[in-house]
Ligand binder design. Sequence first.
Ligand SMILES: [Cu+2]
Length: 153
Amino acid sequence: MNRLEELWLTVSVGILVIFMFIIGYQTFALGMGPPSHKETIDPQQVDQIEPFDEPGLKMLGDKQYEVVMILQAFAFTPSHIEIPIGSEVEFTMTSKDVTHGFQIPGTNINAMVMPGHIQKISHTFNEPGEYLVVCNEYCGIGHQAMSTTITVK
Ligand SMILES: [Cu+2]
């Protein structure tokens, strides 16, 4: 084998081994992983399990809100939320049936909401207006009608 070929092989295999070691260290020693599967829920019991037994807008503090939201074919509960301008809102969501999406076009809110999982995403609404919320995961025959609004004023 050519000397340069040997060098190339050694370096490229070496880089692979180093990367695998780093990922293994992060996963097993530091416990780092993707955020999915962190909080799970039985999708058939959503209505009985806190906080989803009382979906809605909750005030946490000054300009701080939490929205506990249930997604199902083909609706967002609660719908047509009103939020004071400048509020930081944490959305806590789950699905009762299939995978839905939660996207607010024009913001960087875009989350996948899966049955059995609790999804959290937060956003500060600094611009007044009516924000359209759409489901961006095809979820069935009424998918295109699955939308609601958030009014910020
Ligand atoms: Cu949907």
